[in-house]
Design a protein around this ligand. Sequence first.
Ligand SMILES: [Zn+2]
Length: 246
Amino acid sequence: MSVQLRCVGTGDAFGSGGRLHSCYHLQTDKMQLLLDCGCSSIAGLHGCGIKPDEIDLIVVSHLHGDHFGGIPFLFLEAKYVSRRSRPLTLVGPPGLQQQIEATLESLYPGAIGKGVDFPVHYRQLEPETGLQFGDLKLTCRPVVHGSSPHVFGLRVEIAERVISYSGDTEWTDELLELAAGSDLFIAECFSYGPETPSHLDYQTLLKKRQLLDCRRLVLTHLGEALLERLEELELEVLKDGDLLRL
Ligand SMILES: [Zn+2]
């Protein structure tokens, strides 16, 4: 069984380079899931030919809009367009459900009324024990991004593949553990040098590359200044719409 990764959104919070907010679609024969679902994800999914109502699971790394803000739009689409009936599981840091419900109510007051017409299951990320969804094992590591203590890097083991994802973070040695033995490590890389707090940068990742025990390292979440230097980068960079077969 193979795993397919579609890079729905590889941009930063500011939409630099016209790239969409963070959203990675993983598909096997048995399930479809998203790693993060930023505000622009509903448009990105349609643009990639992915049906939002076929997604079984969404995992959110942290509660910033460019990583979870698309979920309210998926709810709207599910209720008014695709009339979804299959269950959806949402996994994230503490407060995910409240944030989604508050955002939805703020953007579309009363639109969901008595709720959606499909089962929604919320689960909290478990750094100690991990979570299991059928054949999929989900683990996470705490990373460092701003003041919130609930910011995570994610690791998915499915169909004998390991995909790890930094979420948003400055450098922390937790990333070494997160990436260890991965087939693919998706690392955010906002800037060229370490001048931006709370984010990874190209020079640091280049320096740490030998320590990262992953088969393939790909960069994402690039800011404007780094996008302007794309030509000179030695490390692989993702862009919206990229399809990776693992
Ligand atoms: Zn971000």
